[in-house]
Design a protein around this ligand. Structure first.
Ligand code: 5GP
Length: 192
């Protein structure tokens, strides 16, 4: 998506450790008009899929998932990072290693919000090694629900997550894919 690529070039800051900071429009301050255009694009890309629910993970996926859901007219469920998992059988749980914080979280979704009737679109802000998305897929599988696809705002194509998911046959649509980025020069190259 040209508009998104231009915005990343203008406002994105490449940090050491293969991190792209986009907190002026995506991760901290949120440009809701831009989100709306991204949501419209996700709807166009997944128009052929019978999506009845969107799943994301707190915190930074929630904003983009909610605006996207307005185009699908479906509810959003966000997986919660739990400090301690209460194993009372009411929740689906999995573990996710955070790329940015380098620690592992227990992540939960209440069973009443995910069931075998659900056709789920996963939405997240970034795709790096795929830990977050794989954890969400785990939760969907535990519920016996169907993964209809994965919509990502920014995929770092030089990391393995997107490749592995596509090899597994999962439909992944990323609105911008970064081929390479350089924290010394700030240069960002997008996949065509
Ligand atoms: P993964 O689980 O695919 O390795 O990483 C994806 C998650 O880590 C996303 O939910 C996102 O919050 C965070 N993340 C990964 N790479 C970046 C990055 O370059 N910049 C930012 N702001 N977040 C990232």
């Amino acid at each position: 998506m040209k508009l998104l690529e231009e915005r990343i070039r203008k406002d994105g800051v490449v940090k050491p450790g293969e991190i792209l900071k986009v907190d002026s429009f995506l991760n901290h301050q949120m440009d809701v008009d831009l989100f709306n255009k991204l949501g419209e694009e996700f709807k166009r890309l997944f128009a052929d899929r019978p999506v009845n629910k969107i799943l994301t993970i707190e915190a930074s996926g929630i904003g983009i998932a909610c605006v996207t859901a307005q185009h699908f007219h479906v509810p959003v469920v966000f997986a919660k990072k739990a400090k301690s998992v209460n194993l009372d059988g009411e929740m689906y749980t999995t573990k996710i290693e955070s790329f940015t914080h380098k620690r592992t979280y227990d992540v939960i979704v209440a069973k009443k919000f995910l069931s075998e009737e659900d056709h789920v679109l996963i939405i997240d802000d970034f795709l790096a090694n795929g830990c977050a998305v794989n954890g969400l897929i785990d939760l969907i599988m535990s519920a016996g629900a169907t993964v209809e696809g994965v919509g990502i705002v920014i995929e770092k194509g030089f990391q393995q997550g997107g490749r592995i998911l596509r090899q597994k046959g999962i439909r992944v649509e990323s609105l911008a894919i970064i081929e390479s980025m350089d924290d010394r020069t700030g240069e960002i190259v997008f996949r065509q």
